[in-house]
Write a protein that binds this ligand. Sequence first.
Ligand SMILES: Cc1cc2nc3c(=O)[nH]c(=O)nc-3n(C[C@H](O)[C@H](O)[C@H](O)COP(=O)(O)O)c2cc1C
Length: 649
Amino acid sequence: MKRKYPNLSKPIKIGNVYFRNRMFGAPMGGTDITADCTIGPKSTAFYELRAKGGAANVTVSELVVHPETEASHMFHLDLKTVNSLASFTYTADAIRRHGAIASVELSHSGQYAGTYLIDREKKQDIAQWGPTKGIRSDGRPVKELTEELIQDIVIAYGEKAALAKRAGFEMVMIHGGHGWLINQFLSPYFNKRKDQYGGCLENRTRFAREIIKSIRKAVGPGFPIEFRLSGSELFTGGYDLKEGVHIAQLIEKEIDLLHVSAGTYHRGFGKTHPSMFLPHGPNVHMAKEIKKQLSIPVAVVGGLNDPEKMEEIIASGKADVVVMARALLADHELPKKIMMNQDDKIIRCLRCFTCMSERAETSTRRCTVNPMIGREMDGLEIVKAAKKKKVLIVGAGPGGLQAAVTAARRGHEVILCEKSDEVGGILVGEQALSFKYEMYRLGVTLGRIARDEHVDIRLNTTVDQAYAEKENADVVIVAAGSKPFLPAIEGLDQDHVFFVNEYHHKLHQINDPVVVLGGGLAGCEIALHLSMEGKEVNLIEMNDELAPDANIRHRPLLLTEIETSPMKIFKNHFGIAVFQNGVVCKNKAGEEVLIKGKTIICAAGQTPRRQVVEQLADAAPVVVAIGDCAKVSNITTAIYQGHHAGMDA
Ligand SMILES: Cc1cc2nc3c(=O)[nH]c(=O)nc-3n(C[C@H](O)[C@H](O)[C@H](O)COP(=O)(O)O)c2cc1C
C-alpha cells in the first residue's frame, strides 16, 4: 500500500524500543484518580482509547514523584500506596495490548503545588517549594528547597521510574517544561540560588541532570527517557530559545528523546496549550533550532492537527516525532486514519478549551467534538442496530450531522434534510473568522463522512408535517437549530444592520467604523476578528462583563486578545436605537450617547426554532428534538445530543 503520509507512518527506534509510527500521545492529566492514589478504571479506558486509535505511544500523567514536597493536583499517583502499582499495571496493559508504547510522565510542580486544587480548603496547608524563597503571584509563600530535599526529590524520580518500569511502562517522560519544578530550576526568573543549583546554565541544569542520572540508574540502558522542555519560556525574564538550545545540549547526554513544548504556567495556558489565536504548530521553529544542535531524536508538541503539516515537519527534518494532546481527544483515531490514507475523515481539534475547562470545573473529561471522551466505559461504541429503521433528520447543523453519521453507522437508512444549500448550519459562518476556521471545517468533514456513510443528504429542502409523513420514517430527529434573537432596539431593520451569523455573506459590505451590538462570546469574537482585520470597531455590551458564556479557559485568552486590540469597548451601554451613523445607547449614568458606526452587527444571542419542533411533533412514531432547537446551548451539546439521538434510533 502506498501511504499518503509515509514519514508520519514510519516506525522509529528510541532507546531500545520500536514505536509503530511518529505520532505520539501527549500527557493529558488525570481525572478518576482515587484518594488512595490509584488510576481508576475510567482513566485507564481513557488512555486505552488513544492506543486503540493508533498512536505510537500514550503518556499517562500526574505521577507526582515526591508527595512530601508537592501536590499539584488534588490527588496524585503514588506508587507507594496500596493498589497504586496494580492500577498502573492495568493501565500499562490496556495501552500495550493495542500495540502502543506505554509511557508515564514523572512530575513535580514545585512552587505551583496546590494551584489546581479543586478542594482548595482541605489543602490550604500545603507548602509550596521552589528553587528560591519568594511569594507566588497569588500571595502564597514559596519555600526554598534545601540541598537535602533536592537530593530526596532526585532519588524519588529514580524510584518512581523503576516502579513504573515494573508496572509495565516501557518509557518515561520527565516533565521539565511549562513552569513546573525542573523548569523553575532552569529559569533565571524563578531560580535565584547562589549555590551549585543556581546562576550559570551549567548550575541551573544540574537538578535536571541529576534527575536524569537517577532515572537512568533505575531503569537501565536502552529504556527510553523523554524530556519535556519548554524551548523558550516566552516571557520577559524567563529563558529564551537561545538558552533553550543550550539547556537541551546540556541535558541530552542521558536522554533518548527531547520533547519541545513552550511557555510556562506562570503566564496562563495560551502558549503551553496553543490557543486558537496562535497558528498551528507554533513550537516547530524551536524544535528545528534545537534539533540542529542535538544528536538525539526530537519531538514537537503544540497545536498540531493537520496531517500535511505534520508530515512536512518529519519529512523536512524539523523534528523526528510529532506529539498531540487535544487533536487525539477530538479524534482518537487520527493516527489510524493517517496510516489508512483516510485523513479527510479526521475530526480536527477546535482548540476551544472545553477539555481544559471541564477538567478544572467538574473534574471530568469532555471534548466538544468527540462524545466518547470521558465516557469510554459508557457503551458509546457504535454497534449495528438489531432492526434497520428509516431515520429522517431535519437540519444539517452539527447536531443533525452527528445524528446522521451515528444513525447511518448503526445501519439505519438516513435522510438528512437541510433548508439551505450547504451543510454545517451555524458552523458555516465560522469560515470568515480565521481563528474559528476549524469550526467551519467540522461541518464540512461531518458532511463528507455522512455522504461516505450513504446518508441521503437533501439540500434546499424544508421539512413540514406532510413531507415527513410522506417519507414515513420510523424516527424523526429535529435539529433545526436557532435563529438570531432580536433585541427591542429601534431601527434594526435597516440595510446597514445585519446579524452575526450572516457576516460571511456580507464581507464586502462592512464599512468603518463597525458597531458590534452585544458582548457575548459571538459578539466578542466577531469584534476581535474585525479588529484584527484592521477595522475600527466599537463593541457595545449592556452588562459589565464580556463573554460570560465563554468557558473558563478560553475566556481569559479571548479577553486578553480584546484588551490588546485597538477596539473600543462600551460596557454598561444599553442600545436604544440604530441610526445611519451609529447606535444610540443609554450609559450607566442614564445619559444617551451615540456610538458611531456605519455598519452595525447585531450579536444579541440566539433563540430556539421551537416552531419547527412543534410543527413536527407528530411527524413519526418517535420524534426527538436535539441541540439549539430544543434549548439554545453550544456545539458540544448539539454534537452529544446528535450522537445519542443516532444511538437511540
Ligand atoms: C486536558 C489536558 C490535560 C493536560 N494535562 C497535562 C499534564 O498532566 N501534564 C503535561 O505535561 N501536560 C498536560 N497537558 C498539555 C499537553 O500535554 C500538551 O502539551 C498541550 O495540550 C499542547 O498540545 P496540543 O496542542 O496538542 O493540545 C494537558 C493538556 C490537556 C488538553
